[in-house]
Design a protein. Structure first.
Length: 219
């Protein structure tokens, strides 16, 4: 399924399939443009006593790059996705248990982190994990002329003066996670966040369409 409205914001076309893996509690494969990510979710499950938290579920995020050898950047992605998901998951409903999210990079043509965050959200929904809200990630680059480019390609990222990543929650569209690199003005940052917030509406609509289609298939 492709959200045609995404073209208005010049975002990459999105396609998704839920329940992609048969041996997980939930899974999703998502493409944003030519970048493709596969995510599986297992849990809540019993875990070792030493790893248990008496107040909430223990969330473990594993990121596997296409090359197979983990890097510092991969650990960074794990931390960003774990912290983002912890704001969304109602972990207090699953004390002393563990939830494992496994993320596999299949193709990276730019926007890998935003694709991974969005795919993880869809996989959690597919697994039936209770959540306060869903989350949508959108990235933005500032090119050499100072123009903003939503969901830039890898080449645009490499040539950008700055790159910004934003993750918004679905209720009030508040910012959940944000980080940047490069040089930019405060006005540029504010404009980039506003554009990405507007674009997140289309990502959330894409989620609703996918879930509604899936429910119709199994209903």
């Amino acid at each position: 399924m492709v959200a045609e409205e995404l073209k208005d914001f010049k975002l990459k076309p999105m396609k998704c399939e839920l329940n992609y893996l048969s041996k997980s509690d939930g899974s999703a494969i998502l493409s944003q443009g030519e970048t493709v990510v596969l995510v599986s979710v297992n849990g809540p499950l019993d875990i070792k006593t030493t790893s248990q938290c008496v107040e909430k579920a223990t969330l473990d995020v594993l990121f596997s790059c296409k090359g197979g050898k983990p890097s510092v950047g991969d650990r960074f992605k794990e931390n960003v996705i774990r912290q983002t998901c912890e704001t969304a998951i109602l972990g207090c409903l699953y004390p002393r248990t563990g939830i494992t999210v496994t993320i596999q990079e299949l193709e990276d043509f730019g926007g890998l982190l935003t694709c991974a965050v969005n795919c993880t959200c869809l996989a959690l929904l597919n697994a039936g994990v209770s959540m306060r809200h869903t989350v949508a990630a959108v990235s933005c680059a500032v090119d050499a002329r100072g123009d903003l480019v939503l969901e830039p390609t890898q080449e645009q990222v490499e040539n950008a003066a700055a790159v910004m990543y934003f993750v918004f929650e679905s209720r009030q569209r508040d910012l959940v996670t944000g980080f940047t690199s490069g040089n930019f003005s405060e006005d540029t940052y504010d404009e980039a966040m506003a554009r990405c917030r507007s674009a997140s509406d289309l990502v959330f609509k894409f989620y609703r369409d996918i879930v509604a289609t899936y429910c119709g298939v199994i209903g």
